[in-house]
Ligand binder design. Structure first.
Ligand SMILES: CC(C)(COP(=O)(O)OP(=O)(O)OC[C@H]1O[C@@H](n2cnc3c(N)ncnc32)[C@H](O)[C@@H]1OP(=O)(O)O)[C@@H](O)C(=O)NCCC(=O)NCCS
Length: 136
């Protein structure tokens, strides 16, 4: 798993939120709580603590989107979380990120809360985060 490739994909994902540096990815990869699944189409990364897994980010390469790769990575992430003792996945998604919301809502996630002004975009705006959860 190469931190530089993950940082490159993140920087080129088209996201408006701050992207993570190679060092931030390396720190996550070095952390035993981290779960990462990766395919040629992208990756999903998160953490697991006790029975709760948190999906931090899922990204597919822009040229390969709407081909089921996001669903596949999410499913692999959930299976790995379950194998490591997870009973739930929680995640945060921007209120503006309709593509990701559609992915999560179509795969069994439900909204359990909202964090006002949680995200700061690269141009200084704020966006609420929706908090979603799924039982595994
Ligand atoms: C969100 C993301 C991972 C989806 O990846 P993907 O490979 O396109 O996902 P899939 O092809 O498996 O799509 C699964 C379902 O999600 C929904 N979906 C995905 N992209 C969508 C879009 N642009 N508009 C509406 N619904 C969308 C659809 O319901 C889709 O099923 P369908 O194609 O049968 O209609 C991808 O758009 C991405 O990398 N975005 C940038 C990074 C990001 O925002 N990550 C989420 C951070 S929380």
């Amino acid at each position: 798993m190469i931190a530089a490739d993950l940082a490159y994909q993140h920087a080129n994902s088209g996201m408006t939120l701050r992207t993570w540096s190679e060092q931030e990815y390396q720190d996550l990869l070095d952390d035993p709580k981290t779960i990462i699944v990766q395919t040629n189409a992208g990756y999903a990364i998160g953490t697991i603590v006790c029975d709760v897994a948190e999906l931090l980010l899922i990204i597919t390469r822009p040229a390969l989107r709407r081909n089921g790769h996001g669903k596949n990575l999410l499913s692999q992430f959930e299976n790995t979380a379950k194998a490591r003792g997870g009973d739930f996945v929680i995640l945060e998604v921007s209120e503006k990120n309709l593509a990701a919301q559609a992915l999560y809502l179509s795969t069994g996630y439900t909204e359990i809360g909202r964090r006002s002004g949680y995200y700061k975009t690269q141009n200084g705006d704020s966006e609420d985060a929706l908090v979603l959860r799924k039982a595994l």
